[in-house]
Design a protein around this ligand. Structure first.
Ligand code: PEP
Ligand code: MG
Length: 853
């Protein structure tokens, strides 16, 4: 192509009539323009439409006069027009459509003969209103007091406009169009619009295209009207002709409540398009089915009837819940419209959260203390916190919390990541909190304005006068907008057949294993339900956090010498053995990796006076003794103190007891039909010698259990690589191990020198100022922590090529981190049970991406 031709092509493609071969792409003219071209190619009855490219619209926003003559040359002189936005991804939104461009005094008169004076006047008035608001930016209430039944309605509207705008209402269609294009172009560049679309994943420089279309009036003699139709339900994805039709209505009027819109299909509740215009209804269904199969997507078609004749104005990917999205892609793949790989690629892994979340048990009593907009489905309970930093601190303590804000802004996103649910006073279904929460799969209620949010005083006052303060537990039901007092009983998510089908397709594709972190048989059941391939981390200390078991651990800590300690451990052994055996049985022979005790011992001890007194009573010791012991166990920096293997080295009996519990549980589970090769994991290792010492003891316990029982069993021994030194010295450590599991929570903490528990306080400013691109506790830091993972893997495998490698920190469930884990050749990731499906799908998508490229 010559330079001149290229220039002409460039010029013509910036403003071009949508024909079968016009140079239009979603990247240059937006998704709507591209979709309309596809509809034209399918020979559907689409009115003439001109597309303006992103570049053109950008120039208009920057101040260039829109070249309306190049647009208008494609339309008859008296043709009314409408303009609609066309962003690259329709989900990024855009300014509202403007209809009836071209209405003026003369056009109203000429239309009056055909459609009646009153209807023509209403079209004109409608345009004046929308021009005033969107183009002249006048206050919409200037028309509030006008009498809509007055015979001089138009004159009243024109004079209200002229009084306020201090200029006559433009009469020339070209001037009107110029104004509309300019205002829509500028609206896109505004800060609010930018923030809103960025929250939906749009890049900062996302462009806007515009489409100018011949308006099908939707009003007039014969059957005229407009509506929308789709073939499946947006809530469930099940086949169901869905939509509304408004006779003598324009655009998307049919979707407004109280306008007298009709059903599409025959319906006992009222009149329908099917009865009113059966042929048009049949044609629309055929068009929608063609759109589904040829556009390879479940589409909503926006249509208009003109004297009974069907026009397709637009096609949009239907809005859908995550549940519907899964059903839709599975049905498209089953109908051979799209391949399975594409079905998998179309679902955002995190969107599965919406299917996976628990709901409040419908049979339970609900103590509703307030309501708002149900903004993101699922329900969760937690302690009230009033700031993002508190939410992060709470998450670091492992405590579920509900983030309560007047409204959220981008700085709250990290708090929302950390919270179990979010509740705001302000906002609607598309507000920041709602959009972000749906993205995260976080139960969320917004606009709960009946509740008084006294955020400074850190309390909520409900309409019935009850007060909820920071730390009080509430339940947020994001499925119906209720706020409930206390912790409501929940039911687990219902996983339908399509979800299971999609997941099984994902398992066929993925090439990295997915296990779950699970400490209790309940967690293990959830993990199994989500088809985890095993347990990648069982934190054994969590088995002792219940009150009745805590005392056993406390007695062990307070033991005076080896004999007393042995007696205390003797009591703990059966508890530990039974819990582990139950876990093995639940997992039915799938691998289970049991981590030896990790936390600092003082975590098991009380901190307040009442607790100390209770403990003194339980142990039959003087209060002063107990207080002294507790103080002696205190550490300046417990996370770097007597934790993990350090405990195993200094008090070896504890790990010996645990090893015995694991091996005896193995024998018990085998007897019950769940044979397992347990994986024993040593935490917080930093030196080879630690592993040598612990391994010797554990091997000895295994030998003893074999002799005592007369039964044989295998086990694997591995370490958590969660100190930088362990990663660096992986080559020394690996020869003593069967596996490494990277504990990226501690590894991140120690690599950055960043406290897991306190980082929330300054993470927001750090991320906002670009010091960290993301919170490294959420998204694995590939450059630093990732480098240690890579080094550790390479060095470990250099010493022991068959070394099994995995990640079991929080990062194991994040799609971005799984990408990295695959790249460095890890065998599996392990994450919390609810993130298992997300991880399975993310892993499948990564494998497919590699296959395609
Ligand atoms: C880790 O440190 O990444 C880990 C999984 O262990 P914990 O969170 O129990 O310290
Ligand atoms: Mg750790």
């Amino acid at each position: 192509m010559s330079k001149k031709d290229a220039a002409v092509q460039q010029y013509t493609s910036d403003i071009c009539l949508i024909t079968t071969d016009a140079p239009i792409t979603a990247h240059t003219h937006g998704g709507r323009a591209k979709c309309m071209q596809r509809l034209v190619r399918l020979d559907l009855p689409v009115p003439d439409t001109v597309a303006l490219s992103f570049d053109e619209v950008h120039r208009i926003a920057a101040g260039d006069a829109p070249d309306v003559s190049r647009i208008l040359e494609h339309f008859a002189d008296d043709q009314l027009l409408c303009v609609r936005p066309s962003s690259e991804d329709p989900d990024w939104g855009g300014p509202g459509a403007v209809l009836n461009i071209g209405m003026n005094d003369a056009r109203m008169k000429s239309l009056s003969d055909r459609i009646g004076a009153r209807t023509a006047a209403q079209l004109y008035v409608r345009f004046i209103q929308s021009y005033s608001t969107h183009v002249a930016r006048l206050d919409p209430d200037i028309f509030d007091d006008l009498d809509m039944d007055a015979s001089d309605l138009v004159a009243q509207f024109l004079s209200a406009y002229e009084d306020e705008a201090e200029e006559p209402f433009p009469q020339a269609r070209g001037d009107q169009l110029r104004g509309v294009l300019r205002s829509m172009a500028r609206a896109w560049e505004g800060t609010t619009a930018r923030l809103l679309r960025q929250a939906k994943g749009a890049p900062a420089d996302a462009g806007l295209g515009l489409v100018v279309q011949s308006l099908v009036l939707g009003v007039g003699p014969g059957e005229c009207g407009s509506g929308v139709l789709q073939l499946v339900s947006s809530d469930t994805g099940l086949p169901q002709v869905t939509g509304r039709y408004l006779s003598q209505g324009q655009g998307r009027d049919a979707l407004h409540s109280g306008v007298g819109a009709q059903f599409l299909e025959k319906d006992a509740r009222g009149p329908s398009l099917e009865e009113r215009a059966p042929e048009a209804f049949e044609q629309l269904k055929v068009h929608a089915a063609v759109m589904r199969s040829k556009l390879r997507e479940e589409m909503q078609c926006e249509f208009a009837l003109d004297n009974g004749q069907v026009h397709i104005l637009d096609g949009m990917r239907i809005q859908r819940t995550a549940r519907a999205a899964v059903r839709i892609v599975v049905s498209l793949a089953n109908d051979k419209i799209i391949p399975r790989e594409e079905a998998l690629m179309r679902i955002k892994p995190r969107a599965l959260n919406e299917l996976l979340h628990r709901q409040v048990d419908a049979a339970a009593e609900r103590d509703v203390v307030g309501t708002g907009v149900a903004a993101s489905p699922g329900a969760a309970s937690g302690r009230i916190v009033f700031s993002a930093a508190e939410a992060q601190a709470s998450a670091a303590r492992g405590e579920a919390c509900v983030l309560v804000r007047r409204e959220t802004n981008p700085e709250d996103i990290r708090g929302m990541h950390a919270a179990s649910a979010a509740l705001t006073e302000r906002g609607g279904i598309t507000s920041h909190a709602a959009v972000i929460a749906r993205g995260l799969g976080l139960p969320c209620v917004v606009g709960a304005s009946s509740v008084r949010f006294q955020t400074r005083k850190k309390r909520l006052v409900t309409p019935d006068g009850r007060e909820f303060r920071e730390g009080d537990v509430i339940t947020v039901d994001g499925s119906n907008g209720d706020i409930l007092a206390g912790e409501a009983p929940m039911v687990e998510a219902a996983l339908n057949d399509e979800f299971k089908t999609l997941m099984s397709w994902a398992d066929d594709e993925r090439d990295i294993g997915v296990r779950a972190n699970a400490d209790t048989p309940d967690d293990a059941l959830t993990a199994l339900n989500f088809k985890a391939e095993g347990i990648g981390l069982c934190r054994t200390e969590h088995m002792f956090f219940q009150a009745d078991r805590l005392i056993a651990i406390r007695e062990m800590i307070f033991a005076d010498g080896p004999e007393d300690r042995a007696a205390a451990l003797e009591q703990i052994l059966p508890l530990q053995r039974d819990s582990i055996a139950e876990l093995f049985r639940t997992m039915k022979g799938l691998p289970v990796c049991v981590r030896l005790f990790d936390p600092p011992l003082h975590e098991f001890l009380p901190t307040d006076r009442a607790g100390l007194r209770d403990l003194a009573e339980a142990l039959n010791l003087p209060l002063s003794d107990v207080t002294r012991r507790v103080e002696a166990l205190g550490e300046y920096n417990p996370m770097l103190g007597m934790r993990g293997v350090r405990l195993g080295i200094t008090v070896p009996e504890i790990y010996e007891m645990q090893a015995r519990a694991i091996f005896e549980a193995t024998l018990l589970a085998a007897k019950d039909g769940a044979p397992v090769t347990p994986e024993v994991m040593i935490p917080l290792v930093s030196a080879k010698r630690e592993v040598e010492l612990v391994k010797t003891k554990i091997d000895a316990v295994a030998a003893a259990v074999r002799t005592e029982s007369g039964m044989d069993f295998d086990y694997l021994l591995g370490v958590m690589v969660e100190t930088p030194r362990a990663a660096l010295r992986a080559e020394d450590i690996a020869p003593h191990c069967d596996f490494f599991s990277f504990g990226t929570n501690d590894l991140t903490q120690m690599t950055y020198g960043l406290s897991r528990d306190d980082a929330g306080r300054f993470m927001s400013p750090y991320v906002n100022q670009g010091v960290f691109p993301e919170d490294p506790f959420h998204i694995l830091d590939r450059e630093g922590v990732g480098e240690l993972l890579k080094l550790g893997s390479e060095r470990g495998r250099a010493a022991r090529p068959d070394l099994k490698l995995s990640v079991c920190g929080e990062h194991g469930g994040s799609p971005e981190s799984i990408d990295f884990c695959r790249q460095i050749g890890l065998d599996y990731v392990s994450c919390s049970p609810f993130r298992v499906p997300v991880a399975r799908l993310a892993a499948a998508q990564l494998a497919i991406r590699d296959k395609i490229s």
